[in-house]
Design a protein around this ligand. Structure first.
Ligand SMILES: [Zn+2]
Length: 68
């Protein structure tokens, strides 16, 4: 799926959108189409490091459990 990252200078917002063919993406915040196309394909927020093996059985595993 051709997801691309764009930056909207008007709102200083970066977002990802699915672009098909020559479709013009629009900012989901202000609807603007004067966007900077970012070079990276799909940037994701880095995951919070999970404690290694500490709470593999914890019901909140992956949800922010600190292994407490
Ligand atoms: Zn915008």
């Amino acid at each position: 799926m051709p997801f691309f990252s764009y930056h909207c200078p008007a709102r200083d917002r970066t977002f990802e959108t699915l672009v098909i063919g020559s479709e013009q993406p629009a900012c989901p915040d202000c609807g603007g189409t004067d966007l900077e196309k970012l070079l990276s394909l799909v940037t994701r927020e880095p995951r919070i490091a999970e404690p290694a093996g500490a709470c593999a059985a914890c019901p909140t595993y992956g949800g922010g459990c600190m292994g407490g």
